[in-house]
Design a protein around this ligand. Sequence first.
Ligand SMILES: Nc1nc2c(c(=O)[nH]1)N[C@H]1C(S)=C(S)[C@@H](COP(=O)(O)O)O[C@H]1N2
Ligand SMILES: [Mo]
Length: 349
Amino acid sequence: MDRASAQAGPHSLPSSDAADASRPPVLYEAHGLIRDIPLQPHEMTAAVTATDKLFMLAHLGVLRIAPEAWQLTVGGLVDRPLQLRLEDLARFLPAQIEAVHQCAGSPTAPTVATRRVACVVWGGVRLGDILREAGVQSGATHLWSDGADSGTFGGTHVPYFRKDLPLARVDADVLLATRLNGDPLPNRHGGPVRLVVPGFYGTNSVKWLWRLTLADRRADGLFTTLYYNDPLPDGTTRPVYGLEPESIIVDPAPNTPVPRRAEIRGWAWGDAPVVEVKVSGDAGRTWVGAALGPRNGRAWQEWRCPWAFATAGPTMLICRATDAAGRMQPMDGARNEVHRVIVEVSQER
Ligand SMILES: Nc1nc2c(c(=O)[nH]1)N[C@H]1C(S)=C(S)[C@@H](COP(=O)(O)O)O[C@H]1N2
Ligand SMILES: [Mo]
């Protein structure tokens, strides 16, 4: 590890358009907005999503960074700025977490439920261990993280993908991830090293990470100011950070024949643990409680609900989760609105 001698002091946080020689050289495999969403909810049968079935999203392009060229700068409000290469991460204790990974949806359509979700096992090192080495100064409140990807989004040029998170969150279980489902992190998922903020929407988990900045305020980037801030009823906004409670029906699949007696099954998750899942077959007039499994790490929780359909024909099923903070999925108009599935109930009893 070298200390970055020219690193900024407490009062010179890097601005978005600062050229920075410490950014590793990158190759673009693709430019612009890239979306690969292989699974629909009824296909999310596995507890851990296979890497080749994991959705992939990138706003500015898909990068390739040579592992030997990768480096990370840690600066801003720290006593000892750091510059780490991949081999330096081996000095820190390895950590692993199984966690839900969910896209918040399009930043230009934040109330649309997209259900781009998965559950994967991340491996790497704890960011908190690295920040302790850097010595975070008392005025720091936020961590800014920069990906090496640049480009144009919504008509605005972005010098790199920049996000932020409250510093208080870091010690929970935030990782610098180098592994996905037991293998080296593929470049399309942000390899060689990405940030992973378990329990936060995927947008916060910056891929192709190259710079961390400790700051005394939120970051100034396009994706922390214009986008990824939800409006609140009082006219203020709230950053798109923690996962809202959500649940999906995996089985039965939409538009499939089901017998009169069936078991309805799915997953539920949130930043806070889910404490209740209920199912309705009458458009939300009445609800039946499902059996809910425990939460392993930050993985999604399995739920099951035996069901006796009263009538044959097309029937809509709805599931709704409530988290430990008492928050319930809204019926409409939110990225975590309830999941509805229409099935074809057979005649025979
Ligand atoms: N550098 C960088 N990191 C990024 C993004 C990006 O465009 N650039 N997209 C974010 C969004 S919106 C999501 S949902 C997740 C997707 O991660 P995945 O492609 O590994 O599933 O990456 C996040 N991290
Ligand atoms: Mo996303």
